[in-house]
Ligand binder design. Structure first.
Ligand code: EPS
Length: 395
């Protein structure tokens, strides 16, 4: 079973990750991981922290000579900003816990429920871990998962399709336009394909900043090249769509999720929603539309798997909302902790990592093996079956 864990406080020494269950023989290097870490740091509207950090992962175990060994993989991403916080964040009794105390919880943040649950007077003990800084460790893990998927010609992409009230028409990504699309995403300041919408989004972020506001939005994540048969209809806890929804919802500030055209589909008659199954000699079986988002009955159906995640505005407001000072029980404005105005583009990169994890896990469940070679063998047998029996993959 593929699994991973992260640890680390936002201003502590660093973030670490452990991945267990990766097969041997996946080609990977630190540069590839760092490339994805640098993508997460980008996006118009990020706060001051990104100017301090230059996120890089150091692999500690599980990789040798450029290939995974099959043993647990571990890595560390050091927090440069820790040099400014060493006294405050120290693990020993010498830590100066009287500095940078947080007593006025931010509405919408984990500050208050976390403090209640873990019995902390100082809400810094909550926010340090609740910070989206943790997602850097997820993106590093995601680099391993997508390398595994790459081996089987499965590719992940994302695009921001709404930011605050500005939205755009998403690009339909295919194998043919993938390379060009990915280039465009990297040059966009907000990971949005539509240049007109992009400049409106940038303006909106500028005015939010001036007003002491923050902004949410929506991003789409897609996976190309997914074979039919991942996930299962037989039990609730094996459904691929449910699994992916949970993984994407675990990203900080994601509050709604749809698989395919989920929201729109709920308002339309069935004849306009379901994707007709077609056949011709050249293509075998195929679909013309993909409103379902590539899953039917909790099983991948061979179409692009895609989902949309909706992010609430970040809870730190530079013009704060009313809160309560938990030392005096007086109503006061919430604390201000340095933050981003908008992190939707960065969240999209984190979404890719979580999607990569869900797809890699589902893929390994079906084509299991301890080495890439064994998995390739199982996979090619399945592809043969798909082609022979179901006339699949002719396109
Ligand atoms: C983040 C690091 C954090 C925040 C942000 C994301 O660093 P700092 O708290 O030192 O500024 O910029 O986290 C949040 C928006 C949040 O709500 O915690 C990062 O590395 O992505």
């Amino acid at each position: 079973m593929l699994r991973f864990l992260t640890a680390g406080e936002s201003h502590g020494k660093g973030l670490v990750g452990i991945i267990e269950g990766m097969p041997s023989g996946v080609q990977i290097n630190e540069d590839y991981i760092n490339y994805h870490l640098s993508r997460r740091m980008k996006g118009y509207g990020r706060g001051g922290r990104m100017a301090i950090e230059a996120d890089t992962a150091e692999i500690l175990s599980g990789v040798r000579g450029g290939y995974t060994l099959g043993s647990p993989i571990s890595y560390i991403i050091r927090n440069r900003d820790n040099s400014n916080w060493q006294d405050i964040m120290a693990a020993g009794p010498e830590a100066s816990t009287e500095q940078r105390v947080v007593k006025r919880p931010r509405p919408g943040h984990a500050d208050l429920p976390g403090a209640i649950k873990y019995e902390h007077d100082d809400m810094r003990n909550i926010l340090e871990r609740a910070s989206a800084r943790e997602t850097a460790a997820r993106v590093a893990a995601g680099a391993f998962f997508r390398k595994l998927l790459d081996t089987f010609d499965i590719y992940i992409y994302s695009q921001v399709i709404a930011l605050g009230e500005i939205s755009c028409t998403p690009v339909t990504v295919t194998r043919e336009n993938l390379a060009q699309f990915l280039d465009r995403m990297e040059e966009s300041q907000v990971r949005c394909a539509d240049k007109g919408a992009e400049s409106q989004m940038v303006k909106l972020i500028d005015s939010a900043k001036e007003a002491g506001e923050s902004l949410g939005g929506c991003f789409e994540i897609g996976v190309l090249g997914v074979p039919p048969g991942l996930g299962s209809h037989v039990s609730w806890d094996r459904k691929l769509d449910a699994d992916l929804a949970g993984l994407l919802m675990s990203i900080p500030a994601i509050k709604a999720l749809e698989i395919g055209d989920g929201f729109k589909n709920s308002q339309m008659p069935g004849s306009k929603v379901h994707d007709e199954i077609r056949y011709n000699e050249t293509n075998g079986m195929f679909r013309v539309t993909n409103h379902a988002g590539g899953t039917e009955g909790g099983i991948s159906n061979g179409e692009t798997v895609w989902a949309r995640a909706y992010m609430k505005p970040i809870p730190t407001l530079y013009k704060p909302l009313v809160s309560v000072n938990t030392s005096t029980w007086q109503e006061e404005k919430a604390d201000i902790e340095r933050s981003d105005i908008c992190a939707v583009p960065a969240a999209a990169v984190v979404g890719e990592a979580m999607m990569a994890f869900g797809m890699a896990r589902a893929f390994l469940n079906k084509f299991s093996g301890d080495s890439v070679r064994q998995i390739k063998q199982n996979y090619s047998e399945y592809i043969n079956y798909m082609e022979k029996v179901w006339k699949w993959g002719k396109t």
